[in-house]
Design a protein around this ligand. Structure first.
Ligand SMILES: [Zn+2]
Length: 389
């Protein structure tokens, strides 16, 4: 939804953590405004700056933990995680597919706010413990200062996480609260599309309210930066909600169509035990496709093999090695992101990141046997009547 073109910061439990260039801008803004906030209590300029920097980084750490909450819960439900991106307005955990049930939607949506609540609670407990100790020995002693600073940072962290919690629980899609509202509407109506429209309309409403609130902040209280900030967030919320609603109009047209209806039911697949020289000549040279599905002797989909993983090996060693030794299997970023049930509704294909990245998905039956290939073109053709193109 947001982000793109991010710089990889780290990998946590196999999940790529990326930072969008806009993040550096907001980091700078936060440090700058926090320096002002801390300098009231710590007049020494460099102390205020150091505390502001630590606080800003801890704030982004909290946002990251929040997104990891979503990501781990999604993964538990079998939803692949493309990565987490930190950007101007916080974080976003990118997932390979939409939720398949109201319960799944609720669990994934609520996992992030629960993490944030836990951080806020821990900060509150620690700050009040330290604060309590501090009060008894508070007698302008120099060695009491570091503790003061610690309490100030923890107090800020608790406060900002509480704010984060309240903001995320605003019931407008695609905020977490909006996803919870969507899950509830989904459970009640039994329709994903109606639920998305309902939560999306709430999202648009809250988006407009934030824009109006931003204008009021400027006009009534002269707060220009805060006002612009709130209005921009409202604008993004409104836009994101709007595109979610537009997508439901698309998926309405797809009801009753399954993956099997539009797939190529005679896909070309490479046997896993084929030597690489033959795979190169009989598949890559012949069809000129960048990758192929790989099947075992029973026709079960076991991986995909890209041209590069064959051509990067010297020709002399290719006859002695099989496709199975170089293919991307089920682990990591391999074939799992491409697998789709042949009997699943066509709607399940929408928003599948691998369809865009690799141009096709692989349809399997209940036994994991490869039944077909669905290309991005075929999906586009199926959507054409709905999009009017
Ligand atoms: Zn969240």
């Amino acid at each position: 939804m947001f982000g793109g073109g991010s710089i990889q910061l780290a990998r946590v439990a196999g999940i790529r953590i990326g930072i969008d260039p806009s993040w550096f801008f907001i980091l700078f803004l936060i440090i700058w405004s926090l320096s002002g906030y801390y300098s009231d209590r710590f007049p020494d300029g460099s102390t205020a700056f150091v505390l502001a920097t630590i606080s800003a980084l801890l704030f982004f750490g909290s946002v990251l933990l929040h997104e990891l909450g979503h990501a781990f819960e999604a993964r538990r439900s079998g939803i692949g995680i493309i990565g987490i991106d930190l950007w101007m307005f916080g974080g976003v955990a990118k997932m390979e597919r939409d939720s398949q049930s109201a319960g799944e939607e609720f669990r994934v949506a609520v996992a992030g706010p629960l993490v944030t609540l836990a951080i806020a609670a821990i900060c509150w407990v620690v700050a009040s413990l330290l604060g309590g100790v501090d009060a008894s020995s508070d007698a302008l002693r120099l060695d009491a200062v570091p503790q003061d600073e610690l309490v100030a940072v923890i107090g800020y962290l608790g406060f900002i996480n509480l704010l984060l919690l309240v903001f995320n629980l605003i019931p407008g899609f695609p905020l977490d609260g909006g996803r919870i509202a969507r899950a509830a509407a989904w459970r009640i109506t039994g329709s994903r599309n109606r639920a998305t429209r309902f939560a999306g309309l709430l999202g648009r409403g809250f988006g407009f309210a934030m824009i109006a609130g931003g204008a009021a902040m400027f006009l009534l209280w002269g707060n220009l930066i805060g006002g612009i900030w709130l209005a921009i967030i409202g604008l993004f919320l409104n836009q994101a909600a709007r595109s979610a609603i537009v997508q439901t109009q698309l998926t309405d047209h797809l009801e009753g169509i399954s993956v099997a209806d539009i797939m190529d039911s005679e896909p070309v697949a490479v046997p896993a035990d084929l030597p690489l020289d033959r795979a190169h000549d009989e598949y890559f040279l012949r069809y000129r496709w960048p990758w192929f599905p790989v099947v075992d002797a029973d026709g079960r989909l076991v991986g995909i093999v890209g041209e590069e993983s064959v051509t990067s090996l010297p020709e002399a060693v290719r006859p002695g090695r099989t496709v199975a030794t170089v293919m991307a299997g089920d682990s990591g970023d391999g074939v799992s992101s491409l697998r789709v049930g042949a009997e699943e509704p066509l709607e399940a294909l929408l928003g599948r990141e691998a369809l865009v990245r690799l141009g096709a998905l692989l349809a399997v039956d209940d036994d994991g046997r490869l039944r077909g290939m669905v290309t991005a073109d075929a999906v586009r053709r199926a959507l054409a009547p709905a999009t009017g193109r």
